[in-house]
Unconditional design. Structure first.
Length: 292
């Protein structure tokens, strides 16, 4: 499933093609994706101008001049394709995105000449329309936790969110009700950079007074760095278009631990070997020697 950096990269790729444009025509090639489309979905989009493109966790938010917001989630295999002078699929994904037209489910014709196509072979994604002022109370958004790239997300905030938890660090960081948008890949990478074992209790992030520990400082810094570097790598892919078809970007070249089971640890002077252990049905990759 695309994680926060990939969704942000998609948002940045769509923005110049969509922002300020009016939706002239909407074609729905099926009645649902993961869920049925909301009532009068095509009619409510047709004629509307796109005034904002945002993101909340792993959700794309398209603000419309009607006072409604289109919410889109990519699910496991969803992607947006821009068809204009050349076809571009914004985003750098670990697994290549489909361009098979039989999986094109939603087509938006814009008045600037661009055609935006939503493709989803496995149909785990979805779209919804909601009044913009009610966005934060939407069932999919209202329980989401802090944005890890927000300016106020720092070591003190991390300690406040997770310091009292006895859950393992890996599980606590994946709890979307506490921190929104962090996924398996980037949690593994951030914990490695911070030198923290994923099985340590999350309480290690706060001291007896509730303030941030050194572990919290290191982890907050690592989370931001990993996410920002991943977004930048995706952005580089979009700029030169050589990998704008959804091929491998950041993932193939910058993993330190993820999907590297049995490989040597990349940290200087560490003789460890990357291990893989299951955590809540997901694979956790870490170095048992330098991650304490």
């Amino acid at each position: 499933m695309p994680e926060l950096p990939e969704v942000e990269t998609v948002r940045r790729g769509l923005e110049p093609a969509m922002l300020g444009a009016r939706i002239q025509k909407v074609e729905l090639r099926r009645a649902d994706i993961r869920f049925p489309f909301p009532p009068r979905f095509a009619q409510r989009l047709t004629g509307r101008r796109i005034v904002a493109l945002g993101r909340r966790a792993k959700y794309l938010l398209f603000g419309l001049d009607s006072g409604e917001t289109l919410i889109a989630h990519l699910g496991m295999s969803g992607s947006f394709r821009i068809e204009a002078a050349k076809s571009v699929t914004p985003g750098a994904f670990h697994h290549e995105r489909s361009k098979d037209p039989k999986h094109d489910h939603v087509v938006l014709d814009l008045d600037n000449g661009n055609v935006i196509i939503y493709n989803d072979p496995r149909r785990f994604g979805f779209m919804d329309l909601v009044r913009s002022e009610a966005l934060e109370s939407h069932p999919r958004l209202r329980a989401l936790g802090d944005e890890p790239l927000a300016r106020e997300f720092d070591a003190a905030r991390l300690a406040a969110l997770l310091g009292g938890s006895r859950a393992p660090l890996k599980a606590a960081l994946l709890d979307q009700k506490r921190i929104a948008g962090l996924g398996n890949i980037y949690v593994c990478e951030a914990l490695f950079r911070a030198g923290l074992n994923p099985s340590r209790p999350a309480g290690v992030l706060a001291n007896a007074r509730g303030g941030p520990t050194r572990a919290a400082v290191a982890l907050a810094k690592a989370i931001r760095e990993v996410l920002e570097e991943a977004i930048e790598a995706g952005g580089s892919t979009l700029r030169d278009h050589r990998q704008a078809d959804g091929g491998l970007g950041y993932f193939q070249h910058a993993f330190s631990v993820y999907d590297r089971e049995g490989a040597a640890c990349l940290r200087s002077r560490c003789a460890g070997t990357i291990a893989r252990v299951p955590h809540s049905g997901r694979s956790t990759f870490y170095c048992p020697v330098c991650q304490k």
